[in-house]
Design a protein around this ligand. Structure first.
Ligand SMILES: C[S@@+](CC[C@H](N)C(=O)[O-])C[C@H]1O[C@@H](n2cnc3c(N)ncnc32)[C@H](O)[C@@H]1O
Length: 235
């Protein structure tokens, strides 16, 4: 397999590398993102990055304001923007360089995605962005910042799977809103943490084929109750 480095940057978390590989079967070239030596994602199999958005959008009748935690190569955001019900999409990405590569065309499909006027890009840790958000301001929060709670890209991200952070997310969700979290492996501790905060929870398996092998990735979902109906008028 031949790799060509496309871009490289340093941040306080280490090295971020975007590289391109040409598959042995001379199929379409593949972009691959690595953070600090850890594989983050590539463009070969992105059905579950897309499903994170489509599954969650299906749970909320009016997903007007959406947060996407982790820009990556933009596949989750692309699905969010494909939904005409979405009025605003705040994308929170910790690596400035990745946002730059998406904006300047280093990632070829990036500029068109970020040009959508519904998009706001926030360069921050999603933990800080959620902590600073106003209460009840979003309908959906989608999180895909690691390969799951069992395989972190940055150690500090462990806090994102805790009841404390999940309660912070619940605080910024409107009634009827939902959080959905992507994981490469089953994560029973995450399911428990979600259930400790949200009355309604779902664990959704997603079938994928990886190098000819059938595998599953997972979505963990927590939903807030819709607001109670207005009291009937009296008198
Ligand atoms: C697996 S990729 C996201 C893939 C994305 N769903 C897509 O469709 O392309 C994870 C992204 O989250 C970012 N990230 C990691 N930790 C973060 C954090 N604490 N806050 C915000 N972004 C973070 C990484 O830099 C990377 O861009």
């Amino acid at each position: 397999m031949e790799y060509v480095e496309v871009a490289r940057a340093e941040s306080e978390r280490g090295e971020l590398v975007l590289r391109e590989r040409t598959p042995e079967d001379a199929g379409p070239r593949v972009l691959e993102l690595r953070a600090n030596g850890v594989f983050v994602m590539d463009t070969v199999e992105v059905s579950t990055e897309r499903a994170l958005a489509t599954a969650a959008l299906g749970l909320v009748p009016e997903p007007r304001a959406v947060v996407v935690g982790g820009l990556g190569l933009g596949f989750t955001m692309h699905e969010v923007l494909a939904d005409p019900r979405v009025e605003t999409c705040a994308v929170v990405e910790i690596e400035q360089a990745l946002v730059d590569w998406m904006r300047d065309g280093t990632v070829p499909h990036g500029p068109a995605l970020l040009a959508d006027e519904r998009v706001t890009v926030v360069v921050a840790d999603v933990a800080a962005a959620v902590a600073e958000a106003r209460p009840a301001s979003y309908d959906l929060v989608l999180l895909d910042v690691d390969n799951g709670p069992g395989y972190l890209v940055h150690d500090a991200n462990a806090a994102l799977y805790s009841p404390f952070f999940l309660a912070e997310v619940a605080r910024v969700l409107r009634p009827g809103g939902a959080v959905a979290i992507w994981s490469a492996d089953q994560a029973p501790a995450l399911a428990e943490a979600v259930a400790s905060v949200y009355a309604a929870t779902e664990t959704i398996p997603l079938d994928v084929v990886l190098q000819g092998r059938a595998e599953q990735y997972w979505l963990y979902v927590g939903r807030l109750p819709a607001s109670s109906p207005a009291a009937p008028a009296t008198g």
